[in-house]
Write a protein that binds this ligand. Structure first.
Ligand SMILES: Nc1ncnc2c1ncn2[C@@H]1O[C@H](COP(=O)(O)OP(=O)(O)OP(=O)(O)O)[C@@H](O)[C@H]1O
Ligand SMILES: [Mg+2]
Length: 363
């Protein structure tokens, strides 16, 4: 069933109509991918996610690829594979990871991408590369703007595409540290005219908009929320949810908002930057991150507005954000996580998990 939709999608996109002789991707044979990845050798493994493992490989022409191999075949996984291939085949943008091709033989499902030599943003912020401090301020600003532009492209595609899993491991970095947003397997098309679609909750804890986590309402503004968390993570080097003790967890917004209210932006900056950042830009990114990651979706900006704000084009809008009530200092706030905010954020992962399970059980 699902495979029917997959093959339909591959055939359904008419490249001749678009004035192209052939699609920019092709079908790979399993044999070719075995040989490119040294039989999916452990040493070639780049990482592992929900879908399966990702391997580095090299084709006969010398070009480098990343191959994502489905772990366990199931109807659900097949559906995700089909969605990812369908969406990737449609989208082309400098800040989106494009498809090189796919392989579907027997129960093997593999997706082939361009290899991104600087891996994911996650690996630089919290993983293998974090000690190397390769992300200077200029690179961080470019990554913020590039990933926002890639997301704008998805939101303005026809039909609109919401990503639903924007996070640091899904922002890959090319040889120039330009951002490429990856993993559209969770993406959802929004029919024209619809404001949101109700769906089973997918995505990653810490990045989920509350209305999506609790009510399953997916819309572009859910991506805006996740993007806000990503911005705060990018400038601070902190994880979206921090474990303070075995029972207490604090979200990045609970930590950053009181500091922003007190104007202590330099305390939010990643210490590995060694204070080498543009103060005005840092303040801008923090304010935008927090305004994106607020609980009320109608108050969040659109991704297009986010791009303009990040680029410093919308000076008046930024002043309006700065003067918003959410950034007014609270009496008795003490710079801690501010009780008044607790309703704005789902502060415990457990709480969020419970809410998600409740929503899934209801559907
Ligand atoms: N095209 C690529 N080039 C280089 N590295 C890649 C590429 N695609 C994926 N990776 C690496 O493989 C890792 C695993 O990716 P994968 O998308 O499977 O999992 P994830 O992003 O951690 O989680 P999720 O399954 O929720 O997306 C990534 O963190 C990244 O470092
Ligand atoms: Mg991923």
């Amino acid at each position: 069933m699902a495979s029917t939709s997959f093959f339909c999608c591959a055939k359904g996109f008419n490249w001749r109509e678009k004035g192209k002789k052939q699609p920019p991707w092709r079908i790979f044979s399993l044999k070719e991918l075995h040989s490119a990845t040294n039989n999916f050798n452990y040493d070639n493994k780049l990482g592992e996610g929900g879908f399966g493992s990702v391997y580095w490989g090299q084709l006969w022409d010398g070009s480098q690829i990343a191959v994502k191999r489905l772990k366990v075949w199931s109807n659900k996984a097949e559906m995700e594979f089909a969605i990812e291939v369908e969406i990737l085949a449609r989208v082309r943008h400098k800040n989106l990871l494009s498809l090189r091709g796919y392989c579907a033989e027997g129960q093997e499902r593999l997706i082939v991408y361009d290899y991104m030599p600087n891996l994911s943003l996650l690996s630089h912020l919290h993983g293998h590369h974090s000690t190397e401090s390769l992300l200077n301020w200029e690179r961080r600003m470019n990554i913020a703007i590039g990933s926002a532009e890639g997301t704008v492209y998805l939101h303005h595609a026809t039909p609109h595409i919401i990503h639903r899993d924007i996070k640091a491991s899904n922002v890959l970095l090319d040889s120039d540290f330009q951002a490429r947003v990856a993993d559209f397997g969770f993406a959802k098309f929004i029919p024209d005219g619809a404001t949101h679609v109700t769906t089973r909750v997918k995505g990653t804890l810490g990045y989920l908009a509350p209305e999506y986590a609790m009510l399953g309402k997916a819309s572009e503004s859910c991506d805006v929320y996740s993007f806000g968390i990503l911005l705060l993570e990018l400038v601070s080097g902190k994880k979206p949810v921090e474990k303070l003790s075995t029972t207490v967890k604090r979200t990045i917004t609970e930590w950053a908002l009181p500091l922003a209210r007190d104007g202590k932006f330099d305390e939010i900056a990643d210490s590995t930057l060694n204070r080498d950042f543009v103060e005005e830009e840092l303040k801008r990114v923090v304010l935008i991150g927090l305004v994106c990651a607020q609980s009320q979706p109608e108050k969040r900006p659109t991704m297009l507005e986010v791009v303009e704000l990040l680029k410093g084009i919308s000076k008046e809008k930024l002043v309006a954000i700065e003067n918003d009530d959410m950034f007014k200092s609270m009496p008795n706030c003490n710079g801690s996580s501010g009780e008044d905010d607790s309703s704005d954020h789902i502060s415990s992962e457990k709480e969020l998990k419970k809410e998600i399970e409740k929503v899934q059980a209801d559907q």
